[in-house]
Design a protein around this ligand. Structure first.
Ligand SMILES: [Zn+2]
Length: 134
């Protein structure tokens, strides 16, 4: 099981304050710890590390496949509207709908790339036309 522990921020020595120059002038909140003076670190077991690396690789592979297929379907032009929509949706889906994101990874790995690209594009379009739900 992963363990979490707290360390003193090395950038500010635990003060939470930054004393150098910034665009806004001298000093400010430490950007290393957001002014908290401490940072939380997670330590993973070797098994967890391996699983995390495998998952990251699945994501990278799926993203590359989705982009390549979206480019083909979008007429072969680099950064066509379809490629851009699918790529943005890919990133947002992971944060906004993790369950759907996992199903999408399965679909990519099952070879249903055209469906995935179509659904991602629709997801992106809806994201931009729906009124904010907040
Ligand atoms: Zn700090």
């Amino acid at each position: 099981m992963s363990t979490k522990y707290t360390i003193t921020c090395r950038r500010c020595g635990g003060t939470g304050a930054y004393n150098g120059m910034t665009a806004a002038g001298r000093g400010g909140v430490c950007f290393g710890c957001d002014g908290r003076g401490v940072k939380t670190v997670t330590r993973y077991t070797a098994e967890e590390k391996a699983a995390r690396e495998l998952f990251a690789q699945r994501i990278a592979d799926a993203r590359a496949q989705v982009k390549a297929r979206a480019r083909e379907l979008g007429g072969g032009r680099r950064n066509s509207e379809l490629e851009t929509s699918a790529n943005y949706a890919f990133g947002y889906l992971r944060d906004e709908a993790p369950d759907r994101f996992l199903r999408m990874l399965d679909s990519v790995e099952a070879g249903r790339l055209d469906d995935v690209v179509r659904h991602l594009a629709a997801y992106w379009d809806n994201r931009h036309t729906d009124p904010p739900s907040a």
